[in-house]
Write a protein that binds this ligand. Structure first.
Ligand SMILES: NC(=O)c1ccc[n+]([C@@H]2O[C@H](COP(=O)([O-])OP(=O)(O)OC[C@H]3O[C@@H](n4cnc5c(N)ncnc54)[C@H](O)[C@@H]3O)[C@@H](O)[C@H]2O)c1
Length: 327
């Protein structure tokens, strides 16, 4: 296969500002079509590719091999099922869906169609986290992984100053609030870094600051099959000016602290304590670009996609069960 032909379904904030700049610069990938049901969103994308408000016309684009799905959570299923039925690979944004039934249906649809389905957990691909994973064996027996991943997201939040449809705080379209939006990254990252997933999870939800009917903060406590404790604090109620993005992996012989690496962009810092602190360098590069390169390689048959959709579904079920129990 020559370059993998990508389509983007949902051309809002994450597609326009993060995914498309990475995808258009990814070797082995080219953007062949765009889709959004809002023609205004399509008009704001600065990529030279046919743009369709109609999903069927988009999916009929010659040379389309894979589709990045970046519509609001509750719309993931209808788009992903149509993409799979058209025989194209699906890279779907997190969370996999707004509920467990939709996520299960998507995994089944991809399996039945024989197409690859991946979740776009871009933070797996952040170069600091790739380096951190290599350091874990040097930490002795790992006892705990702690993540703080917070931001400020009021009811009238907008990514670019223009009026924005803030579906993130609408339970019907998002599936919840801060917890379903932010915790999937940490849960996935815990499993990727530790080599074993969280299998037990409990949640406490908070509605304390923002004026909307979904959680604006959450604490989640989990444990992996091997006994590592995993602690996540996620929030939409922490001012962006504060320190609010931190990841720690604690072992009996060492500890790694990553600051400002959780997020869509490259950068941040990595410090290894054993016990004296040493700054650990890591490569640059966009997590989205690394993600698209790996998924393109899998679609082209050059390398396997290392994350099974059934595993992503199990984590999604674990999270939504914990959040359901917390209400
Ligand atoms: N990985 C990350 O770091 C990250 C960051 C932000 C968002 N996301 C995820 O990406 C997805 C999109 O988030 P966003 O912030 O870009 O949202 P957004 O509201 O900015 O963009 C969504 C776009 O989808 C379009 N749309 C809505 N329903 C549609 C449908 N049924 N068919 C076609 N188009 C439709 C809208 O018109 C809009 O342009 C969400 O699932 C979100 O959780 C992930």
């Amino acid at each position: 296969m020559s370059a993998v032909g990508w389509g983007v379904a949902g051309c809002g904030w994450v597609a326009r500002d993060h995914a498309l700049p990475a995808l258009t610069a990814t070797p082995g990938a080219c953007v062949v079509a765009l889709h959004d049901r809002d023609p205004g969103a399509l008009a704001r994308v600065d990529v030279d590719a046919p743009a369709h408000a109609d999903l069927g016309a988009f999916l009929a684009t010659p040379g389309l091999d894979a589709v990045y799905v970046a519509v609001p959570n509750a719309a993931h299923r209808e788009v992903a099922e149509a993409v799979a039925a058209a025989g194209k690979a699906v890279l779907c944004e997190k969370p996999l869906a707004a509920d467990v039934g939709d996520a299960q249906a998507m995994v089944t649809a991809a399996r039945d169609a024989g197409v690859l389905l991946g979740t776009a957990y871009d933070q797996r691909w952040h170069p600091a986290h790739v380096r951190l994973r290599e350091l874990v064996p040097e930490l002795g027996t790992v006892t705990a992984l702690r993540i703080v991943y917070c931001c400020w997201l009021p009811a009238d939040w907008t990514p670019d100053g223009r009026p924005h449809d803030n579906w993130r705080v609408d339970r019907a379209r998002a599936g919840g609030g801060a917890a379903i939006d932010l915790a999937p990254h940490g849960l996935d990252l815990a499993g990727v870094l530790l080599g074993e997933d969280v299998v037990e999870l409990r949640a406490l939800l908070q509605r304390r600051v923002q004026d909307y009917p979904v959680d604006d903060g959450a604490l989640l406590s989990g444990r992996t099959a091997g006994g590592v404790l995993v602690d996540l604090h996620v929030a939409f109620n922490t001012p962006d000016a504060f320190p609010r993005r931190r990841l720690e992996v604690v072992g009996t012989r060492g500890m790694v602290v990553a600051v400002d690496t959780m997020g869509q962009t490259a950068g941040g810092s990595l410090t290894l304590h054993r016990p004296d602190p040493v700054d650990v360098p890591f490569a640059g590069g966009s997590p989205f670009a690394a993600q698209f390169a790996a998924f393109s390689a899998a679609v082209a048959g050059h390398a396997p996609w290392p994350y099974d959709a059934a595993r992503d579904l199990a984590l999604h079920r674990l999270l939504l069960t914990a959040l359901g129990d917390a209400r």
